[in-house]
Write a protein that binds this ligand. Structure first.
Ligand code: ANZ
Ligand code: ZN
Length: 827
């Protein structure tokens, strides 16, 4: 049968109208003055780049928007804010590349992002839009810096730092990926400079513990655990002649008797003093070369070990033996104490080194199973039982290690220790585009914090923001900025010219969203308490260690300060999957294969883009774009549209008016299908399984069309259409709003209750099976419609009401009449 409705689904005819109305009426603006339970859904703080949004970004924003709409329909008071992580290296580099000022470009790019987000119908509360480069915002980033400083968690120190020769700035450890700058991919080098740090290492154990309490992808938690890298062991002091003892960190104190040499990192502070005159030339040449190497290469297990003897010896703390001290680049300065006791029999790196330089290899641990090879062909790294270890012989590794540590502790030559791979967070940048570090240097008073009432320390207006390459911030050249008075003594002072890492800004923005216009505090306590913590946090997996670790750290500091009543900001985190180009490659500007939401909306409308983004794959799985599939999704929406227009005034239809008992089999089957689909979609929404939910709705729609062929637009079909329109409202907000209005509904469909389903409609269908004995009714049983004949007969014969009538008789046969009865014939 041909449907009579002729109006084609033409989303561009009405989509923008609705977006305007939503904005005008503030439909998505949240207020804490509300009786409903709150739902705070947050997307990762985007850095607005000049390239704009791709359909890949939409895979973050569309699903969270759908969840928010779903939660709103389920009676939640929803907060879904958006703002701009506008400070930082990427923004500054991009501006410089284009010969523009970053304050201009970021504003422009942010406006474009917002336009695109609105275009795809994402319902953000734009009254809360924030920008981390606004003085009103970074004033509080600076305030938090002072808070960390006051709590002894911000300090300045000199050290070797990663230096990106292209970005001309220092980078944090986390920003060096395989020896390359995280932004420009230039190979990094090392430079010694004074820098500011946040003492995130003080929180290492709490950052580990907190992971046990949050609902995050296991992969991200693992990455954070590895990044923190907690190792238990001991520090051991090896006496040196004429110097303080040499400290090493080891995870294997049980191997102490197997030490045959020591190794220092090339950066080790004692190296110069321990190098004898005879070895000086060789050691210096080696060190100079090692400092140019990448840490990643130095730690590589494949690389041939190199090193040089210093000419000095240390004393073994228990045996008193002399142990030669070497320098080698496989020991790094940033871990433990930058020196190791080498046990070649039980550590593979030490084994390779000893083999190369012909140093003694002394086994001291017997494996629990099997025997040690003699001679060893590789290190035997497993735990076992100590031997060749004096009084400790026969002790198992763990207990033996503890006994060795205890003995050393008695002699003040060691103690149990825990070491972390994580370093303190290096936060100073010698760049213009960041929040100035609010400190003042005074010759008389030292480094003095800027008083809170003098915040913000504003960035000056300058034309030249390019880094100078000297390792100093361009701010250092601006006299009006630098020259100030010391807040302590009133004498002349110089402002700190370094700015903060952009990740400082994103470490607290989720709190600012709760009261973005608060003037005298970073956030209003009542608003924060009402909305926080976030209920759902969604973004890309690439932030596993930087932002997601830093924000957890800041939150713990705020908790300790009594500013917030929780210490984990994001109890539930999800990562969306990437969208690849149709040929499976990564979308990138350089390849010219980026698909923008603009082009897709132009062709199909926003609702099709949205529905396709949800349907393309499970939410957290990577996927390749398919033009074919998006057309299929468009057809799906068109078919809903056509049925909905034919159904007419849907809005007032009440599901409760339908009595399933009065329905003929065909409408009843559809009626049940509606409720089953509603139940299914509800469960899928709760698990963010949008793709299977949509598949269920597609199936329902097919059945609705079949029903239309059979029965026309009857009452049950109209009810089905209403249900489907409500179920699809979160993913196709424009189309459903348009339908809703035409169907006589009140503005807005997005404030309607989520469709309820009738539990009793979900049950597997049953019928009453009558059991007769010799034609007389003895029992009626509820059984599934698809029951087999044998099963039906067995049930009939085993019924307690039937059994008495069979007693002492012979059952001749049982006859099953499908869907009705079993007749048992007895004699
Ligand atoms: C002696 C020993 C014997 C070690 C043995 C291991 C096995 P994780 O587990 O990663 O924490 N080490 C210590 N500081 C180092 C540094 N700065 N650079 C390179 N290596 C360093 O690693 C701890 C082990 O790595 C330590 O335990 C030390 O070698 C080495 F059978 O000490 B071990
Ligand atoms: Zn002073």
């Amino acid at each position: 049968m041909v449907l009579l409705i002729e109006e084609r689904y033409d989303p561009l005819a009405f989509e923008s109208k609705w977006r305007e109305k939503w904005l005008e009426t503030g439909l998505y603006n949240a207020s804490s003055d509300d009786d409903r339970p709150k739902y705070y859904c947050l997307d990762f703080f985007p850095y607005p780049s000049g390239a704009g949004l791709s359909v890949g970004h939409c895979r973050n924003y569309v699903p969270t928007d759908v969840i928010c709409r779903y939660q709103r329909m389920n009676g939640r008071n929803v907060l879904h804010p958006m703002g701009w992580d506008a400070f930082g290296l990427p923004a500054e580099n991009e501006a410089i590349r284009r010969g523009r000022h970053p304050s201009e470009t970021t504003r422009e790019y942010a406006a474009n992002y917002r336009r695109q987000m609105e275009l795809i119908g994402v319902g953000y509360d734009w009254s809360r839009e924030i920008n981390s480069s606004d003085p009103d915002y970074y004033r509080w980033t600076q305030w938090f810096f002072l808070l960390l400083h006051r709590r002894g968690l911000a300090y300045r120190a000199s050290g070797y730092q990663w230096w990106c020769p292209d970005c001309k700035t220092i980078l944090a450890n986390e920003q060096v990926e395989s020896g390359k700058c995280w932004r420009c991919s230039e190979t990094v080098t090392k430079k010694e400079l004074d820098q500011w740090y946040f003492k995130i290492t003080d929180y290492a154990d709490r950052l580990l513990e907190g992971l046990e309490r949050i609902d995050w992808p296991e992969r991200i938690k693992m990455m954070q655990r590895n990044w923190i890298g907690r190792s238990e062991g001991a520090t051991i002091l090896f006496p040196l002649e004429g110097h303080e003892p040499l400290e090493v960190f080891t995870t294997r104190p049980d191997t102490l008797f197997g030490v045959s040499f020591m190794v220092l990192a090339p950066e080790h502070p004692l190296l110069g003093a321990l190098t004898t005159d005879a070895q000086k030339t060789e050691v210096e040449a080696y060190t100079a070369d090692a400092l140019k190497q990448q840490e990643i290469d130095r730690l590589s297990t494949e690389r041939e070990k190199t090193g040089v003897f210093t000419g000095s010896h240390a004393t073994h703390p228990l045996t008193g033996e002399k142990v030669p001290i070497w320098v080698a680049d496989y020991v790094i300065m940033t871990y433990g104490s930058g020196a190791v006791m080498a046990v070649p029999a039980h550590d593979q790196r030490d084994f390779e080194f000893a083999t190369r330089f012909d140093l003694p290899i002394k086994p001291v641990i017997k494996p629990l199973e099997g025997e040690l090879a003699d001679p060893l062909t590789e290190a035997s790294q497993e735990a076992g039982v100590m031997f060749n270890s004096g009084e400790f012989d026969g002790q198992p590794s763990v207990e033996g290690g503890q006994a060795v540590t205890a003995k050393l502790a008695e002699q003040k030559r060691g103690e149990a220790a825990i070491t972390y791979r994580m370093r303190d967070w290096l936060i100073s940048r010698q760049r213009f585009w960041g929040a100035p570090i609010p400190m003042i240097h005074c010759d008389a008073c030292g480094t003095v914090p800027v008083p809170e009432d003098q915040l913000p320390v504003e960035l000056p207006e300058i034309a030249e923001i390019k880094p100078s390459g000297t390792g100093r911030s361009p701010l250092a050249t601006v006299a009006e900025f630098v020259e100030t008075t010391c807040p302590k003594c009133g004498g002349p002072g110089r402002r700190e010219t370094d700015t903060m890492d952009g990740f400082a800004c994103s470490s607290w923005y989720f709190l600012r969203f709760t009261s973005p216009h608060t003037k005298d505090r970073p956030f209003d306590e009542k608003e924060m308490a009402y909305w926080s913590p976030t209920d759902l946090y969604v973004g890309g997996a690439e932030h596993a260690v930087m932002h997601l670790l830093y924000a957890r750290f800041w939150t713990k500091v705020m908790f300790d300060e009594g500013l917030v009543p929780f210490d984990e900001p994001f109890p539930r985190l999800l990562n969306q999957g990437m969208v690849h180009a149709e040929d499976g490659s990564k979308m990138s500007k350089s390849k010219g294969n980026v698909i923008t939401p603009d082009s897709v909306v132009d062709r199909f409308g926003a609702d099709t883009l949205r529905t396709y983004e949800l349907f393309m794959a499970p939410f957290d799985q990577p996927v390749t774009w398919s033009d074919q599939d998006i057309k299929g999704v468009h057809r799906f929406l068109s078919r809903i549209w056509r049925l909905a227009l034919e159904a007419g005034d849907l809005a007032a239809l009440d599901d409760a008016e339908i009595d399933p008992l009065s329905l003929e089999p065909t409408p009843l089957a559809l009626f049940k299908e509606i409720h089953r689909t509603a139940a299914r979609v509800t469960a899928d929404m709760d698990r963010l399984a949008f793709n299977t939910g949509i598949a269920a709705m597609m199936e329902l729609l097919n059945k609705m069309y079949l029903h239309h062929d059979a029965c026309g637009m009857d009452r049950v079909l109209r009810q089905a259409v209403k249900m489907l329109v409500l179920l699809t409202a979160p993913m196709a907000p424009h189309m459903t709003e348009e339908i809703w209005e035409r169907a006589g509904g009140d503005y807005s469909i997005h404030q309607q209750p989520w469709p309820a389903f009738r539990e009793e409609m979900l049950q597997r269908e049953t019928f009453q099976l009558v059991v007769q004995v010799n034609g007389k009714k003895r029992e009626a049983l509820d059984v599934p419609v698809d029951i087999e004949a044998d099963q039906a007969k067995e049930l009939a014969l085993s019924s307690d009401k039937v059994k008495p009538h069979l007693e002492g008789k012979q059952v001749l046969k049982a006859i099953y009449v499908p869907g009705r009865l079993v007749n048992v014939v007895v004699k």
